[in-house]
Design a protein around this ligand. Structure first.
Ligand SMILES: Cc1ncc(COP(=O)(O)O)c(C=O)c1O
Length: 394
């Protein structure tokens, strides 16, 4: 046996996002378009509430599934929006970020060898999380001409006897794709008569710029096999607080909570209570932030489209522009990772290669626009000047 580390741990790859982030750490004058997190600070009332709760002495363990106040607030929030009507005691588990909820959902739904369908390009953690369950990843590439929304026929073609779970992420990280109603209807048509669980990751559901948003919650007939995922990271700019949640039928939540008990046990009471307070007092803040991202989305897309060899289709959600850089790659012979490294070295702008989000992401780079207008303007100017200086025939 020896002192070998596990195959699982050794087999896990690091994410391209972190790789670029780390690469930039020793450089000066960089502008980060890397990590997917709001540049806003958590709304002040939530911060004041957490301090108050700590000072009250709430420093102990909490129930594994989360404090009752937060589960009730989550249930009310979704009920008020006409989306879901979960029983706070049976259908909700509070997790260490949406990240942990997704992992616990996968552990609960998939056995080793089962297939998990993932439309790609996709959030890199899904790849590792599927691997950690010993499940088999089945990538279903999406297409730029469809705005990177999954094609129902492609999903159908990927389904086998071993398919256990499909992950749907709308709005999508890294493409910003939002699945429109007609397409969503067609996807649900494919899934509804098949025994396949759906993990619906809607962490960006409040960051939608299209007139309409179709949520999995609109498909009441199939909700008994949906694990609905959301969280506070993007909603209230609370990425560092690590608070997410899952909503699902009772047996799924009970089993997810057992896994969560063994892995993380519970979350701090003050942070959970502060998030519950946010759901009561800070909802207007979400709209303020959304409008700010909308303005930046328009700004960054117009600037990207002026860079020679770059183009981007306007994304309808989240805060990512997935820019097509194929003409630059063809002219330079680089791949997207080499281009991102080159851009970093020559401009200080930190972007993420599309290949980090699945094979079909090659040819693209992800540029996060959850940053200031000034940084967006300066960063895109630097990249434009650099690409122009290469004298490529574009
Ligand atoms: C699609 C998607 N799902 C889940 C998460 C995880 O969010 P959390 O911070 O709540 O763990 C992220 C974070 O970037 C994400 O992009």
């Amino acid at each position: 046996m020896g002192l070998e580390l596990s195959q699982l741990a050794k087999g896990l790859g690091g994410s391209a996002i972190r790789e670029m982030f780390n690469e930039a750490q020793n450089m000066t004058n960089t502008i980060s378009f890397t990590v997917g997190e709001p540049d806003f600070i958590t709304p002040q009332p939530i911060i004041e509430e957490v301090c108050r709760r700590f000072e009250e002495g709430l420093t102990h363990y909490t129930p594994n599934s989360g404090v009752a106040e937060l589960r009730k607030a989550i249930a009310k929030y979704h009920r008020d929006r006409g989306e879901l009507d979960p029983n706070p005691d049976k259908n909700i588990m509070v997790s260490c970020g949406a990240t942990e909820a997704i992992q616990m959902a996968l552990f609960t739904l998939a056995d080793p060898g089962d297939e998990v369908i993932l439309p790609t390009p996709a959030w890199p953690n899904y790849f590792g999380q599927i691997g950690m369950c010993g499940a088999r990843l089945v990538e279903v590439p999406t297409r730029e001409e469809n705005g990177f929304a999954p094609d129902p026929q492609d999903l159908l073609a990927a389904i086998t006897d071993r398919t256990k779970v499909i992950i749907l992420n709308s709005p999508c990280n890294p493409t910003g794709a939002v699945i429109e109603k007609a397409r969503y209807d067609a996807i649900i048509d494919v899934l509804k008569d098949r025994e396949i669980f759906i993990i619906a990751d809607e962490v960006y559901s409040r960051l939608v710029y299209a007139d309409e948003y179709t949520s999995i919650t609109g498909y009441k007939d199939i909700l008994d096999r949906v694990v609905y995922i959301n969280g506070f990271s993007k909603m209230f700019a609370m990425t560092g607080w690590r608070l997410g949640y899952a909503i699902a039928r009772e047996d799924i939540i009970t089993n997810m909570t057992k896994l969560h008990e063994n892995g993380a046990s519970c979350l701090p009471a003050p942070t959970q209570l502060a998030a519950a307070y946010g759901l009561v007092t800070c909802l207007p803040k979400i709209e303020e932030m959304r409008l700010s991202y909308l303005r930046r989305r328009n700004l960054i897309c117009s600037l990207i489209n002026k860079i020679p060899g770059f183009s981007v289709k306007t994304p309808n959600g989240a805060f990512y522009a997935f820019a097509n850089v194929k003409p630059v790659l063809a002219a330079t012979g680089m791949n997207s990772k080499e281009l991102c490294m080159d851009i970093l070295k020559n401009t200080g702008c930190v972007t993420v290669p599309g290949s980090g989000f699945g094979e079909c992401g090659e040819g693209f780079i992800r540029i996060t626009y959850a940053t200031s207008d000034e940084k967006i303007i300066e960063g895109m100017k630097r990249i434009k000047e650099y690409i122009s200086s290469l004298g490529l025939a574009l």
